[in-house]
Design a protein around this ligand. Structure first.
Ligand SMILES: [Zn+2]
Length: 174
């Protein structure tokens, strides 16, 4: 399959959140492993993070344009959450029926690592979900503002869970 893998933020005007750790660092660590593991499993990857942007909207639009231009079959945007110190756990967002299947599988697999399962949610507020032409999801791996989540976090384990979620959602029986 052809995957659009979107490492969230990471460019001008679109920096990630900062908590106990930086969102961008976790995105890069986890995202690179997801890309490597998907490639190893025989899938093709389009990276959708732009090199430069003039605004947040420009950053988000370019991600959609890249995925749409390459006609990716599924778009997966990787993020980590931030909020008050007690908020914790994994959540995913989707708007399409197929996206929903990926969102549920990935969320369930990450939760099995020991995170609170906040579930798959309706992501209609998200620009990249509304403006990509293929099933698209956002993964919010865990909270960079929560001590327990940050103690539990491992890019290796989270990327494995994302991969398992993707593969079970894309298999005919998944
Ligand atoms: Zn983010």
């Amino acid at each position: 399959m052809l995957f659009g893998i979107d490492l969230g933020h990471g460019c001008d005007f679109d920096g990630g959140a900062v908590g106990i750790r930086r969102e961008e660092d976790l995105i890069n660590e986890t995202g690179e492993l997801v890309i490597a593991k998907l490639s190893k499993a025989g899938h093709r990857i389009i990276r959708t993070r732009p090199l430069k942007a003039n605004s947040t909207k420009h950053s988000l639009q370019q991600r959609c344009d890249i995925a749409n231009y390459h006609e990716c079959e599924i778009f997966i945007s990787i993020h980590f959450n931030s909020f008050t110190p007690t908020a914790n756990g994994v959540e995913t967002f989707a708007i399409s029926e197929i996206g929903w299947k990926y969102a549920e599988n990935i969320c369930k697999n990450i939760a099995q690592l020991g995170y609170t399962d906040r579930g798959a949610k309706n992501g209609r507020i998200y620009y990249v979900l509304r403006n990509t032409k293929m099933p698209a999801i956002i993964v919010e791996g865990c909270f960079i503002t929560n001590k327990k989540d940050m103690a539990l976090f491992s890019a290796e384990n989270t990327s494995d869970a994302i991969l398992e979620g993707i593969l079970s959602a894309s298999s005919p029986s998944g």
